[in-house]
Ligand binder design. Structure first.
Ligand SMILES: Cc1ncc(COP(=O)(O)O)c(C=O)c1O
Length: 389
């Protein structure tokens, strides 16, 4: 491998949410942090160099995104997702979570029904509830083969809903929805005239054997009802640079969204986010492919280790994302005890499944975007607590 994912970086005292908030989040400052979705790998040289080069010009005034910025995104989406997007369709937003909130405010009214599919990334709940919209849960169904969508329920729920917030690929259960699954969702949403926000922030982290399908790419009719969020922040670990895209091909929907960005004056963005985005999309594919290989090996390691040593834990092998959804239901513990055991006995900082809403009971989300050594240490701790529990 040209790039090194084994190096352990000391992230403590860098104002890192993952490391420096451990005491606040877990009540224990030395848990191995395998929770919030960022990666412990070093940022590749071509991104660091781009940021340093910009920093070498010592004035950081107001900045705009030129055509270079948009062309990098357009080329990336075309090359890796066969999605042809015009420059005008790409809007800037400092984050995907703000974009979810703006979409809810822009396209729905108080008490409107918005569908999500739990267990799901928890800010989806906040984006609905904090603006007094009605949350409708199309809970995913856990089967022997993995998580699937309850389409009959979705058909019923869509009748009087206004918006579906789709997590594509899905965090935390790791599904990379297939084209036929997305087509079924699309036909229901078109039939009942509801909009879809497809959060595709994990699109570039699909594991070998699977493919990301862009929801808006299903057909021009589907594109016309879709707001897509995309970003380099998960793939290249740039969350601290606050740079993401909202892609809306329908000009009427786009105008409404742009008004929010303009009125709130948040469209300026971050100088370093611009150069890092350009470097990532311009030079980052080889790094990304090696990253995916490394993540996949981490997944293989965890899957095998648990199968051999702690078979009572069910592993949902991810098709995308660097999260592994682990099911501890076989232990019959309450969620509170499961959480406390993980922190205070195993010394591991994972996300509790219940944070992701109904369906998360008895589960935990493990972030394996870290050097293999860290994963190995975590597995040994897990074994000590759960092998004979
Ligand atoms: C599905 C999903 N959307 C959005 C985000 C975060 O987006 P941002 O940091 O750009 O607000 C995450 C982070 O884990 C995520 O998993």
């Amino acid at each position: 491998m040209k790039y090194n994912f084994d190096t352990e970086i000391n992230r403590s005292e860098t104002s890192s949410v993952k490391y420096d908030l451990r005491e606040t989040i877990f009540g224990k400052s030395d848990v191995i942090p395998m929770w919030v979705a960022d990666m412990d790998f070093e940022t590749p040289d071509f991104i660091r160099e781009a940021v340093i080069e910009r920093a070498n010009n010592p004035v950081f005034g107001y900045t705009f995104r030129d055509s270079d910025y948009y062309n990098h995104i357009i080329n990336w989406l075309n090359e890796h997702h066969q999605w042809k997007v015009e420059k005008d369709s790409i809007l800037f937003c400092p984050g995907v979570v703000p974009a979810l909130n703006f979409a809810v405010l822009a396209y729905t009214k108080p008490n409107d029904k918005i569908i999500i599919q739990s267990p799901v990334y928890f800010p989806f709940f906040g984006a609905i509830k904090s603006h007094n919209r009605e949350l409708v849960n199309n809970q995913l169904v856990k089967t022997e083969a993995g998580y699937i969508i309850d389409f009959d329920l979705l058909e019923e729920q869509a009748k009087d809903a206004v918006l579906l917030i789709l997590c594509n690929p899905h965090n935390p259960v790791g599904r990379a929805w297939t084209r036929s699954e997305l087509e079924r969702i699309a036909s229901i949403c078109l039939k009942h005239n509801i909009l879809v926000l497809s959060d595709e922030i994990h699109a570039d982290l699909v594991l070998p054997g699977y493919k990301h399908e862009v929801f808006a790419n299903i057909s021009p009719e589907v594109a016309a009802i879709t707001i897509t969020t995309h970003a380099p922040s998960k793939t290249f670990n740039l969350a601290g640079l606050a740079t993401s895209s909202v892609i809306i091909t329908n000009p009427d929907l786009r105008r409404v969204f742009q008004l929010f960005i303009d009125d709130l004056h948040i469209g300026m963005g971050n100088i370093f986010g611009i150069v890092a985005s350009n470097a990532s999309y311009g030079k980052g594919n080889e790094w990304r492919m090696q990253l995916i290989e490394y993540l996949n090996d981490n997944v293989n390691y965890v899957e095998k280790f648990i199968r051999v040593n702690i078979p009572a834990i069910r592993v949902f092998r991810p098709e995308a994302t660097y999260m592994i959804w682990l099911d501890f239901l076989g232990y019959g513990l309450t969620d509170e005890i499961l959480k406390r055991k993980m922190i205070f006995e195993a010394g591991l900082g994972l996300n509790a499944g219940t944070d992701f809403g109904p369906g998360g009971e008895g589960c935990m989300r493990l972030n394996i975007a870290c050097p293999r050594k860290t994963v190995e240490a975590a597995m040994l701790r897990l074994k000590e607590v759960y092998a004979n529990a």
